[in-house]
Write a new protein. Structure first.
Length: 262
């Protein structure tokens, strides 16, 4: 059981930002990552569609013998995690925008959240917001088009810079001091965001917290891989594999990237 892989999925390539955190915190774990890029973006889809796709991915990871599932997608988590947990008897970890730390540490008491429509309109997001934003103002912006550009590998482009500026400028005018990245694709935009954001504004995402939570759940369930060999990692895309290969080209982990129909 302990040698079985951790199964991780996202609507596309973005969830590799979480995969990187998990493999660096847990270097002896084997992993399987599914990029459901054929059906990206999830953010525009209905709750029913997001749930159906999340079930499809979870089923595939269970078939591939995974011991635990990490939903490396805010949109899938906020819309489908309840159904996934009710359907499958396997530990399932999700990711939500890091509103809590941003709200606690904000000095201006104004924070910005950039996420997909699917996340920002979900019940889970509104419950979490109610819990942590009583004494602060939160500005939510839908990052329309960002995931599409990232999926096409058009990260460091003029088009991306212009689009990001149009989303960030109104939040800056409101006086935010924290920007929450509520989509696992967005950490790949941090270098461009740093060109737009004044230095005092902090960017925050949930990647490290999810990796820590994954470790805690493995320990609690006594399924942490105790081997001292480095883990093996299989990453699959059901679309072309170019973007996945491109964004991980500087990554030196023991990983393979292949096409898989699912
Ligand atoms: N990476 C995703 C998230 O964290 C989903 C993006 C999308 O497919 O719209 O929300």
């Amino acid at each position: 059981m302990q040698n079985k892989p951790i199964g991780i999925f996202d609507s596309g390539v973005g969830g590799t930002s979480i995969w990187k955190e998990i493999t660096s915190l847990l270097p002896h774990e084997n992993t399987i990552f599914l990029a459901d890029s054929k059906y990206a973006p999830y953010g525009k889809r209905s709750r029913e569609e997001i749930t159906r796709l999340s079930i499809k991915n979870t089923k595939k990871l269970i078939q591939l013998n995974c011991k635990i599932i990490v939903v490396a997608c805010n949109t899938a988590t906020t819309n489908a995690i309840k159904t996934l947990r009710a359907t499958y008897n396997i530990p399932i970890i999700g990711i939500e925008p890091a509103i809590k730390p941003a709200a606690i540490h904000s000095k201006t008491k104004r924070i910005g959240v950039l996420a997909t429509k699917g996340t920002l309109t979900s019940e889970l997001f509104s419950k979490t917001s109610d819990l942590y934003t009583q004494n602060i103002e939160m500005f939510e912006v839908v990052g329309t088009g960002l995931v599409e550009l990232i999926e096409e590998g058009m990260i460091d482009t003029e088009e991306m810079l212009t689009l990001l500026q149009s989303y960030i400028t109104p939040m800056l005018k409101k006086g935010i001091d924290y920007l929450v990245l509520g989509c696992t694709h967005y950490p790949y935009l941090i270098p461009i965001l740093k060109k737009i954001l004044p230095e005092h504004i902090k960017i925050i995402d949930s990647g490290e917290a999810v990796a820590r939570q994954t470790k805690a759940v493995l320990v609690t369930n006594n399924i942490l891989n105790t081997s001292n060999k480095l883990g093996k990692h299989s990453l699959y895309s059901n679309n072309n594999t170019h973007t996945l290969k491109d964004i991980l080209k500087a990554h030196t982990t023991n990983h393979t990237i292949e096409f898989l129909g699912f």
